[in-house]
Design a protein around this ligand. Structure first.
Ligand code: CXF
Ligand code: ZN
Length: 361
């Protein structure tokens, strides 16, 4: 089968690989669609330190093709979205109702039992986040699969596997955006646009999108931003303050992973406001908060991983919102690609052309 593989640092190629059948507790998935996310690129360029060669892909949806021993609750042909964080249900984090922090396995490129399912010739390949779903088929832990309605097109469903769940979840679960509140979102790519949609769903009164690219700001408006700011002059936070009567926003979000933008998001929040950091920066970078103001301003700075989602509850909920016309996934998919066009999809993402590019099978 074909898979999109990073063989070495900064390399992306389509390879013909072999896939072993599912072991106990696993499912084989016929992938219907897989979104291309900046985190895939972060694996390629080493910002996310995973072993190579590796099959990319962590934002996928597809149908169950084969069921491993001992797996219950699935039938062949079921449609699923893949979660990039398996949750065991019985570790301390799962018991605390924080399945996004489940400790069942380190995402180190191997399956939960420490072995591989994909091979390139004789060489075992790592897979991203226990999935590696940028491939025609993948074998995944059954606990990573979330059953969904068969009426949802795979390219739309796939987005819920990462970007949309992360962004909408950041607004609804992490920040708890309230009705009538003032929201500012720094970075209007796939995650930022999803935060904007989450803020709209929460009934925010003002939603301000900030980005450097005018095409992203146009997208922000179409997904629910009431105001947009081109922040290339470095005045984003100041302009957010102006638009919010001098106070700053009640809720601000950083959706890129850049320390200076995290500080801007902090500066744009009102005293007592909430700053949610969704972007993933580099391990070597730090964010210097002002030691006096952090106390005086009384802001809450929160990190957000996977939209603080309970995927088995939140993903079907988001897809219900899609089916009832309240969550726009159709316009999030701006370009679809065949698997052979996968490397092109990465180039387009780096050029900032898409809300989301999706590989369809
Ligand atoms: C990432 C977070 C780090 C692990 C891979 C997935 N989130 C979104 O892309
Ligand atoms: Zn992602």
């Amino acid at each position: 089968m074909k898979a999109i593989v990073s063989l070495a640092q900064d390399k992306i190629s389509v390879e013909d690989v072999d896939l072993d059948p599912p072991k106990p507790g696993e499912l084989k998935i016929k992938v219907g669609a897989c979104g291309v996310c900046h985190s895939d690129l972060s694996v390629v360029n080493g910002v996310l330190p995973l072993p190579k060669p590796i099959v990319l892909g962590h934002e996928g949806a597809g149908s169950v093709e084969e069921i491993g021993e001992g797996v219950t609750g699935f039938e062949v042909g079921d449609h699923v979205v893949l979660s990039f964080q398996p949750a065991c249900g019985s570790c301390p984090s799962c018991h605390r109702k924080e399945p996004q922090f489940c400790s069942i396995g380190e995402p180190n490129g191997m399956m939960l039992d420490g072995t591989h399912r994909v091979k390139l010739g004789d060489q075992p390949l790592a897979t991203m986040q226990f999935l590696g779903c940028m491939a025609e088929y993948c074998v995944v832990p059954a606990i990573s699969a979330v059953k969904i309605d068969k009426g949802i097109p795979f390219d739309k469903a796939a987005l819920v596997g990462c970007g949309v769940m992360t962004g909408v979840g950041a607004a609804l679960n992490t920040a708890n955006v309230t009705a009538g509140s003032r929201v500012a979102v720094f970075g209007c790519g796939g995650i930022g646009l999803s935060i904007i949609q989450g803020a709209r769903l929460a009934g925010a009164g003002q939603i301000i999108g900030v980005d450097l690219a005018d095409n992203k700001l146009e997208m922000a408006k179409s997904f629910g931003a009431t105001h947009v700011i081109n922040g290339s002059d470095g005045m984003g936070a100041i302009k957010v303050k102006e638009l919010t009567g001098g106070e700053g926003a009640d809720f601000t979000f950083e959706a890129v992973g850049v320390p200076s933008l995290m500080l801007e998001a902090n500066a744009a929040a009102r005293r007592g406001g909430t700053v949610t950091i969704v972007g993933v920066g580099r391990l070597t970078e730090t964010v210097p908060f002002n030691a006096l103001m952090i106390s005086m301003e009384g802001k809450t700075v929160k990190g957000c991983f996977y939209g603080d989602a309970n995927v088995h509850h939140d993903m079907p909920m988001l897809l219900d919102l899609y089916l009832s016309g309240k969550l726009n996934l159709d316009d999030m998919v701006t370009t679809t690609y065949s698997i052979d066009e996968g490397p092109q999809a990465f180039e387009d993402m780096q050029k900032g052309l898409n809300a989301r590019g999706v590989i369809v099978f």
